[in-house]
Design a protein around this ligand. Structure first.
Ligand code: IVH
Length: 714
């Protein structure tokens, strides 16, 4: 059968075909490069790649991360050496509404315990390009690296040297070691000109300036990079041997003196009103800038305060990206599907006539929950003036940044005659169990628990996903297959089954390699990927269990605190939740609550999890196959409180409790909520009561807030 013409593919068909082509081409690459055993002719192979490219050119927004076109010759990323960033390259939290910005500033003030007083903040355009880290030693450019995963990037030094805005040698009085960070981008005029030239020459054209900049920088042939009009704005730094300024604005000014271009629109403001008016003015003038921006970045000006504010997970507390308003479009709502998540939550998903919103083809959008469809908001108030959403309606779709597209409203005039209100199902579409809504909850949940295949499949998907066990070759499609397959030697219904698959297969006559879509090579690779995960980091193991509210960040917090899964489990099983205000629960509960960043809701979810027999059975079966590795304590040897258990009590005046906790943990200390024989140090503020008394009785060292700062020299 000859494939469908690219012009007549729907977005859905295109996405499916791109996925298939990526897998197929990768398999051929492997056969060709690693096994020296190609199974198709070069001409056929080229035809596959050409088709992949043709589809991508028609649907530029469907280009996959693992697309063959991004891997030019399959090995480019291998050929760029790796660079470990001396200081990780982080991402930014997003704000969408003006109120998010007000709230962010208020949050920082609370964290810093700063009711009044000045908190100057800068605003600057968020350039839509790709970030680059440039390392200078004694004023000479030694490495240039892409962001990569934030910890390790690609070495693109030779390419960076061809960019005119990037000095090879610094000017002025620069520090011995200086890592400059900023954005590589392509201007509108240059982009149009490049695409015109390429089109004339019958070469690939780019969907947008960002893609063009990325494609141009990541070239093996540096003469190609040199021929592309790339530009660079410097806005941040990594390792610096001696800081030349004390503020963000001061540092950016110094970057200018060293020879970098910095953004002329960066300005400092004393209050939120100033930030927001700058945001709106930049947004209004967006089209006249000559390059793409996708928002405004705000940063606390004082570097000392930046230091105190620190980081949450992978983004700084002291900066935020205020994204520009979402793009909207109108289309038809053709149907509503119900998705059942791993906790049984039923989410209505809109199936739409495909429509392009802000350059991306959207076919699905979230409808949140049944009240939302009926025109009722979270607190029971009418939304959309009470208009409900019906199948057949013309709807307004919005896409904002990285969030899932959503349906905002309907067009009443276009409602078809005879349409009926949507009835949200009261049974689970996957298992038929009752679906109930708890009082005060907007979400309807399937009560099927373990018998609900949708929940079980979602749990397995989560278990093998990238930030959990991360098992290559076990994607959504494969999980569906293994879950529903009839043959017991192939079936995977619970996490432990993944690890017994190979053993069961060895004794069986039905072989995975004979099943369509697998083959000998992918079966072998899958077993290898599974075996590789028989020993796995504690936090991954914990995250994979899918305990409510224990995502990647909380899993890491818990791993750092408890060091071993066994220790966490003991505490989880022994903890007794307090019955009300004033009841302290028991010591295990207190210990759980003392983990930095873990509040009541998360702690309760952990206790609930370990309280369920069937969860323990799943965990035990899994532990028979998989070993979670103990988390090594972070060595912060230079810190005087490293490895010590510290308790803060009484009211603190110079920092909030959260900041105190964060600071102590950054210095390698463990922060506990109650005083015991294991406590090494108590920091007591005014009003300290029973904990202080207990510390004195046990002979534990007690200091005040000033002495704490003195000790940790902050
Ligand atoms: S500051 C610690 N400033 O946005 C954070 N980032 O979403 C340092 N970006 O990876 C980044 N313009 O590639 C900063 N003026 C700007 C920016 C900017 C664009 C990019 C950058 C970063 C991403 C975070």
């Amino acid at each position: 059968m000859s494939p469908k013409a690219v012009d007549s593919l729907s977005a859905e068909e295109a996405a499916a075909e791109l996925a298939r082509l990526a897998a197929e081409i990768a398999e051929h690459d492997l056969r060709y490069h690693a096994e020296d055993a190609p199974t198709i002719s070069d001409a056929d192979y080229d035809a596959l790649r050409r088709r992949n490219l043709a589809i991508e050119q028609r649907f530029p927004d469907l280009v996959r991360d693992d697309s063959p076109s991004r891997k030019v010759g399959a090995a480019v990323s291998e050929k760029f050496g790796k660079v470990v960033h001396a200081v990780p390259m982080l991402s930014l939290d997003n704000a969408f509404a003006d109120e998010d910005v007000t709230e962010w500033v208020a949050r920082m003030r609370r964290f810093l315990r700063m009711d009044g007083g000045e908190l100057p903040i800068t605003a600057e355009p968020k350039i839509d390009g790709l970030s680059l880290s440039l390392r200078y030693e004694n004023g000479r450019l030694v490495t240039a690296a892409t962001r990569g995963d934030g910890a390790v990037g690609e070495n693109v030094t030779a390419n960076a040297r061809t960019i005119a805005d990037i000095p090879n040698v610094l000017s002025g009085d620069f520090p011995d070691v200086l890592e400059v960070r900023g954005e590589v981008y392509m201007g509108h005029v240059d982009f149009a000109e490049l695409n015109r030239r390429n089109a004339d020459a019958g070469k690939q054209t780019f969907a947008n300036p960002r893609n063009a900049a990325a494609g141009s920088l990541r070239q093996l042939d540096t003469s190609i990079t040199a021929s592309r009009p790339l530009r660079f704005f410097a806005y941040a730094w990594g390792e610096v041997s001696k800081m030349p300024a004390e503020t963000q604005t001061g540092m950016v000014e110094m970057l200018g003196r060293y020879g970098f271009r910095t953004n002329p629109l960066m300005k400092k403001f004393a209050d939120v009103e100033g930030l927001l008016s700058q945001y709106h003015s930049i947004e209004e003038n967006r089209a006249t800038l000559g390059y793409d921006i996708d928002g405004v970045v705000y940063k606390v000006d004082s570097l000392e305060l930046q230091q105190r504010l620190g980081f949450v997970s992978r983004s700084p507390r002291w900066a935020i990206a205020h994204k520009f308003a979402a793009e909207k479009a109108m289309t038809i709502l053709n149907g509503i599907d119900i998705q059942v998540g791993r906790t049984g939550a039923m989410t209505p998903v809109a199936r739409l006539t495909p429509v392009t919103v802000g350059g991306v083809v959207v076919t699905n959008a979230t409808l949140h929950n049944e009240d939302y469809i009926r025109g009722i908001g979270n607190s029971g108030q009418p939304i959309r003036e009470g208009r409900d959403i019906r199948i057949g309606d013309t709807v307004v779709v919005q896409r904002a940044g990285d969030v899932i597209p959503q349906i905002l409203d309907i067009v009443p005039d276009k409602r078809p005659a005879g349409s009926v209100p949507y009835r949200f199902p009261e049974t689970c579409p996957a298992c038929g169990s009752h679906a109930v809504r708890e009082d005060g909850e907007a979400v309807r949940r399937c009560t099927g628990g373990l018998i609900c295949p949708a929940q079980a499949v979602e749990r397995l998907r989560h278990f093998v996903s990238r930030n959990a066990l991360d098992i290559e070759g076990l994607g959504e499609k494969q999980i569906e297959f293994f879950f529903h397959v009839d043959d017991p030697s192939l079936r995977i219904r619970s996490p432990a089954d993944i690890f017994t698959l190979k053993g069961r297969q060895e004794k069986s006559l039905t072989k995975l390699e004979n099943i369509e879509g697998f083959g000998a090579l992918s079966a072998r690779k899958l077993y290898a990927a599974i075996d590789e995960r028989r020993r796995v980091e504690f936090w991954r193991f914990l995250h994979a269990l899918g305990i409510r509210h224990v995502g990647e960040t909380n899993a890491k917090r818990l791993a750092r605190h408890f060091h071993s899964f066994k220790a966490l489990r003991e505490v989880g099983e022994q903890a007794v939740m307090p019955e009300g205000k004033g009841d302290p629960g028991n010591a295990a509960w207190q210990e759980l609550r003392a983990v930095g960043g873990i509040g009541d809701i998360v702690a309760e979810a952990i206790v609930d999890f370990f309280d369920e027999e069937h969860n323990l059975a799943v965990v035990d079966a899994l532990l028979a196959e998989v070993t979670p590795l103990d988390e090594q304590p972070v060595e912060v040897t230079s810190s005087p409180v490293a490895g010590k258990t510290v308790v803060f009590t009484g009211s603190l005046e110079k920092m909030s409790r959260d900041e105190a906790k964060a600071m102590a943990e950054k210095l390698g200390a463990k922060v506990a909520g109650s005083v015991s024989k294991k406590t090494d140090l108590v920091v007591a503020g005014p009003g300290a009561g029973s904990k202080l008394k207990q510390a004195t009785q046990l002979g534990i060292e007690v200091i005040d807030e000033d002495q704490w700062f003195e000790r940790v020299k902050q």
